[in-house]
Design a protein around this ligand. Sequence first.
Ligand code: C2E
Ligand code: CA
Ligand code: CA
Ligand code: CA
Length: 275
Amino acid sequence: AQGDGRSCVRFFEPEMDMHVERRIEIERELRSAITADIIEPHYQPFVSLKSNCIIGFEALARWENRTFGHIPPDLFIPIAEETGLINALGNQLLRRACFDANTWPEMFTLAFNISPIQLRDPALGQRILSILGQTGFSPSRLEIEITESAFVEKTGVAKTVMDELRQAGVRIALDDFGTGYATLSQLLSFRLDKIKIDRSFVSHLDDSTDSQVIVRAILGIANGFGLTATAEGVEDAGQLAYLVANGCAEGQGSLFSDAVPAAGIPALLSREPGR
Ligand code: C2E
Ligand code: CA
Ligand code: CA
Ligand code: CA
């Protein structure tokens, strides 16, 4: 078929066949993993850049599968979103995360990712609050992370849900800031507490003046609107120094720690000076 001068989509490429088959298989595995409660949250700390102390942990879903091994969330979360499984998975992960976070010292925040698909459900707010009630985890210790695409939905459901949660004391963080298509005025019409500067800007701070300009601009917006800024994906001391020098409040990344299982948190905390 090569060199016939036409470009067309061929549906029966062997590779593509495999791809589709594998996807279907992963979807089936995902259903049974949710039923068996096998997908578990791990926790990545975020750190105050003033005190250098851990102030909270972000829950990140981890799935070890007996056939495929480690399946990354960037692969299974989109499948969960497309199949509607994200609601069941999200509830399960939140329940687990609240349960784990109840064993941490009280000053630590739990940050939890909510998919824009979940925010299409008007009952989401009540469901989250009832999980908090059942587990006895205080709404004021929960921060939900939401990406920009949730802020451009026209239905208004996302806004209602976010308002409901805010009223209960839950904080709202805008995830991956700078990578989506929302306008600033769309974003500001929601009452946010925090913006998380996307890793793609942070990782090029050392070699790209464009990234430096963007990061400074984001910090200016955060500061001007009274929002906390967290830099994602901080990997080295040079990036950290730049962020500190420009007044970024919080950082997260492999320089501090990657995500660890719940059982690894005491060891992380014992590493901290003064604790
Ligand atoms: P995210 O919310 O932007 O999470 C940050 C991602 O960056 C995580 O990837 C984290 O492990 C990774 N990361 C953190 N620090 C560094 C660093 O210094 N260097 C590098 N290279 N990477 C770093 P992960 O865990 O693979 O998650 C990917 C995405 O999957 C998340 O991006 C989030 O959008 C989604 N996700 C993960 N867990 C959940 C969940 O429970 N619910 C939902 N709805 N989405 C989730
Ligand atoms: Ca996040
Ligand atoms: Ca992010
Ligand atoms: Ca992301």
